[in-house]
Write a protein that binds this ligand. Structure first.
Ligand code: SF4
Ligand code: SF4
Length: 178
């Protein structure tokens, strides 16, 4: 099943997020780029591309894309919603924290905020305080984030919720039954 978020829409999302940053300086200096360098014994660290996001990335066998290691997963076996398109693309960078900035995945661009749908069905953004092998100082110290970043992140999540697979993922994370 193809994602309802087209390649064109994904390009617009990347463009919008290219223009913003959570804070007006390199937050990697606060923590040694902890979110890029995360490691956990016995666990392969990386991120899932959202449905359709893979359209923006050359195929893994393309030498221009050799900065990522790709894995194709069965979504249901990896805790993703059952309506997620198959396969789910799990990627990790070969040389973190260095990457082609204009190609970094969506989840890297919107961290440390994550979407949350409240009991009134309204989308909000919250700091990501998930159990991760590192603690992002921006999130755990509730540091002020730039208004542009918060607005752009809200806009793109709002748009992406039109995809039933993304909606299901966010609803599950929000402990909400659709
Ligand atoms: S987002 Fe958080 S964990 Fe990642 S580099 Fe910035 S401060 Fe560090
Ligand atoms: S793609 Fe870039 S920003 Fe994202 S985890 Fe890798 S090195 Fe960090």
């Amino acid at each position: 099943m193809n994602s309802p978020t087209s390649e064109r829409a994904w390009r617009a999302i990347y463009r919008l997020l290219d223009r913003v940053s959570p804070v007006p300086y390199d937050c990697g200096t606060l923590c040694g780029a902890a979110c890029c360098r995360a490691e956990e014994p016995g666990k392969e660290m990386g991120i899932y591309l959202l449905p359709g996001e893979e359209l923006l990335h050359p195929r893994p066998e393309d030498p221009e894309n050799d900065w990522l290691i790709w894995r194709e997963d069965d979504p249901e076996e990896h805790g993703l919603p059952c309506n997620w398109p198959k396969p789910a693309y799990f990627v990790r960078c070969k040389t973190p924290p260095k990457c082609p900035r204009e190609l970094r995945p969506f989840q890297c661009r919107t961290f440390p905020l994550k979407p949350f749908i409240n009991s009134d069905g309204i989308l909000t953004l919250v700091y990501n305080l998930d159990d991760l092998p590192y603690k992002c100082p921006l999130a755990w110290q509730a540091m002020e984030l730039t208004e542009d970043f918060v607005k752009a992140t809200y806009t793109v999540w709002y748009h992406l919720l039109r995809d039933p697979a993304v909606l299901e993922m966010v609803a599950e994370d929000s402990d909400l039954e659709l």
